[in-house]
Design a protein around this ligand. Structure first.
Ligand code: FCB
Length: 477
């Protein structure tokens, strides 16, 4: 342990702080053909040659569908008091329309009951990227109807679980759904159409608004409705006006495009101007902005690394950090005049720079954007090339350092006035990392992909001590 860490005062959290972990359905469940589930866009995409590393799919994933009891027991043993997971839309409503499949809902009823029996608060994400394929065949998110279908689905799940689950997240990272799914095409459904990506963004916003009202119409008033955004912490290489303009453009395309309508009831004027060659925004109908501008009970923020940009005439110094894979197509419509740079500093196995100051900055920014709204870090974590030692243990000191740094940043933000109520580590266990397949391990728990055996890494034990004591343990024992 470094001297500074040893002499630093203990980092302690408020008693009611939630110490959680997060996962999503397609990344962990497997059982893709059980109980009437039909393919989602991620089943189709991952089964399309060339779309994921080594053609890997979520067919089995980590078999959580059959092992959920073991997984909940493991969380309880680790002392976690919250768990964020997502519902697989095609498990509950296979065609994306019409009545629910009760057997599909039953899985989530059992999971929620198991969590509650172990004193773990469930937080449900309704949409973590697995659109029923039939809805994509009908046009997907660029089509307005998909937002209405989402609201119907939200109501079904709200009716089934609203009595037992208090925390509800409509969408996970709509930026990825819109711009990686329909812009750069590195995510399902793999389309590369800039105009379609902006229509998708609006219809995801609309889905959030309609979905939030649908949930509220069927759930007890005490329940909290939120959304999980992944805002970019945008930095510029200089204060030069051209670089600042590039920064503004990416801030609009990454952040304002969602928080504008959701928190302020309008798209930023600068966004509309910057994208005018791509779309005339005529897909935004009267009343949509009011629908999207729903009062929220909290805001979920996912953070991994900051983004560094400049005007495009400067030499970009690294691969374009598109987040989840490379493509010849840009996920940033109308931003061909922006260059992306690798931020300095150490990186994780994803190539993402480790920079906890970005998390502090993000929490302070949304304290200003949404005054009075409780904040949750709904994802934060790191991939490393973890391997078991000969004795079977998995030592991951880098992940402990990452968590220590980022949780300390959360604590600093609380001190500085941010109302942060909880932290959900991404991820509970190693899982299917989208286009990267199983090659990137984000888990606090190691999964042996041959036996599917789970082994808590040393970071899980470290995090467990933090969760039990409300205080960050030192970096090394
Ligand atoms: C986020 C996703 C999550 C996982 C992490 C690493 O963008 O929400 O499913 O892939 O990145």
């Amino acid at each position: 342990m470094s001297e500074s860490a040893q002499s630093a005062p203990p980092v302690t959290f408020p008693p009611a702080f939630l110490w959680g972990a997060a996962t999503s359905a397609y990344q962990i469940e497997g059982a893709v053909r059980e109980d009437g589930r039909t393919p989602s866009i991620w089943d189709t995409f991952s089964h399309t040659p060339g779309k994921t590393a080594d053609g890997e799919t979520g067919d089995i994933a980590v078999d959580h569908f059959h092992r959920y009891r073991e997984d909940v027991a493991m969380m309880a043993e680790l002392g976690l008091n919250a768990y964020r997971f997502s519902i697989s839309w095609p498990r509950v409503q296979p065609t994306g329309r019409g009545p629910a499949v009760q057997r599909g809902l039953d899985f989530y009823r059992r999971l929620v009951d198991e969590l509650l029996a172990h004193g773990i608060r469930p937080a449900i994400t309704l949409y973590h990227w697995d659109l029923p394929q039939e809805l994509e065949d009908a046009g997907g998110w660029p089509e307005r109807d998909t937002a209405y279908r989402f609201a119907e689905y939200a109501q079904i799940v709200g009716e089934a679980l609203g009595d037992r689950v208090e925390q509800w997240i409509t969408l996970n990272e709509p930026w990825c759904s819109a711009f990686l799914g329909y812009g750069s095409g590195v995510h399902a459904p793999g389309r590369t159409d800039a105009a379609a990506s902006l229509r998708a963004a609006h219809h995801l916003n609309l889905a959030h608004g309609l979905g939030a009202s649908a949930l509220r119409s069927v759930m007890p008033a005490r329940n909290a409705v939120t959304v999980s955004l992944n805002p970019s912490v945008v930095r510029t290489v200089s204060q030069d006006p051209a670089d600042l303009a590039a920064g503004q453009k990416i801030d609009d395309l990454a952040n304002g495009v969602f928080h504008g309508p959701m928190l302020h009831g309008a798209y930023p004027e600068t966004l509309l101007a910057a994208t005018s060659s791509v779309t005339d925004w005529s897909h935004v109908r009267d009343g949509d902005l009011e629908t999207i501008h729903q009062p929220l009970d909290a805001l979920g923020l996912n953070y991994y690394a900051p983004t560094l940009v400049s005007a495009a005439d400067e030499q970009a110094s690294g691969p374009r950090p598109d987040g989840h894979g490379a493509s010849a197509y840009s996920p940033w419509p109308g931003a061909d005049d922006v260059a992306f740079h690798q931020t300095p500093g150490e990186r994780t196995e994803m190539g993402w720079t480790i920079d906890p100051t970005g998390l502090h900055e993000l929490l302070m920014r949304y304290t200003r954007e949404a005054p009075g709204l409780p904040l949750y870090v709904t994802e934060n974590g790191a991939a490393y090339d973890d391997k078991p030692d000969p004795d079977g243990r998995v030592h991951d000191p880098e992940r402990i350092a990452y968590l220590h740094g980022h949780l300390s940043a959360v604590r600093r933000a609380i001190t500085d006035g941010a109302d942060v109520r909880g932290y959900f580590l991404w991820s509970l266990m190693d899982n299917f990392e989208w286009a990267y397949g199983y090659g990137k391990r984000f888990g606090a728990v190691y999964v042996d992909y041959t036996t599917l055996e789970r082994t808590p890494k040393s970071s899980a034990h470290w995090y467990s001590r933090a969760a039990r004591t409300g205080e960050l343990p030192p970096l090394e024992d």
